[in-house]
Write a protein that binds this ligand. Structure first.
Ligand code: AMP
Length: 123
């Protein structure tokens, strides 16, 4: 599948400095910042600086340095936030059925409380 990147998405604007963010970590290829509507005491978004729509796009087309930088950045944040002790959850929503709102790859790091079941259960 060909991925089409919309350079007007909100995270692209954050990367261009057009919208402010609360930066947690910045590396050569990665930016991490606080989610504007936190769902847990710790809610950090980690995005690659490159124009990747979703995780599968990144996994298929990003360079080795980009992938290494991104994964290491997540590890660095987990360490800096002390998340090894009580645990955390990583979420990467993708596409329509994954209910991805912002079409620029982002991993959510959620922690700081018991997060409950992985998915809302259908009644
Ligand atoms: P998703 O539904 O996985 O695409 O998640 C998008 C996330 O981006 C949501 O958790 C929003 O709260 C978050 N978000 C949207 N706009 C901003 C912003 N300007 N700064 C920080 N987080 C944002």
């Amino acid at each position: 599948m060909a991925y089409t990147y919309d350079s007007e998405n909100i995270f692209a604007k954050i990367l261009r400095g057009e919208i402010p963010n609360k930066t947690v970590l910045e590396t050569e290829h990665t930016l991490a910042f606080l989610d504007i509507q936190p769902q847990a005491p710790t809610h950090i978004l980690v995005i690659p600086k490159g124009p990747y729509v979703c995780f599968d796009h990144f996994a298929q087309e990003a360079s080795e340095p980009e992938i290494t930088d991104y994964v290491r950045a997540i590890g660095e944040i987990c360490k800096a936030e002390g998340l090894e002790e009580n645990g955390f959850r990583l979420i990467a929503n993708a596409g329509r059925e994954g209910v991805q709102d912002v079409p620029h790859l982002h991993v959510h790091i959620l922690a700081g409380r018991v997060l409950g079941p992985m998915l809302a259960r259908a009644k």
